[in-house]
Design a protein around this ligand. Structure first.
Ligand SMILES: [Zn+2]
Length: 72
């Protein structure tokens, strides 16, 4: 299941969340649904070839949004 990073347009809170089909994410701070979807900065450009994230070590919640880290 994909994890995306969002920034709230109302209070500028940044957070990562699982996004399911027909599930609208909301800000954990102000519950606004006015969200900017972010692209992980470290997913762009050259990185370490060992991990899908391009950054080691991978966190339990991968910031790359690929969800492939640590699961195998
Ligand atoms: Zn907010």
């Amino acid at each position: 299941m994909p994890i995306y990073e969002f920034q709230c347009r109302q209070c500028d809170t940044r957070f990562e969340t699982l996004v399911r089909i027909s599930d609208v994410p909301a800000c954990p701070q102000c519950h606004s649904e006015e969200l900017q979807k972010l692209i992980s900065a470290h997913a762009i450009g050259s990185g370490a070839p060992d991990t899908p994230c391009g950054s080691a070590p991978c966190s339990p919640i991968p910031a790359c949004g690929m969800g492939g880290c640590g699961s195998g």
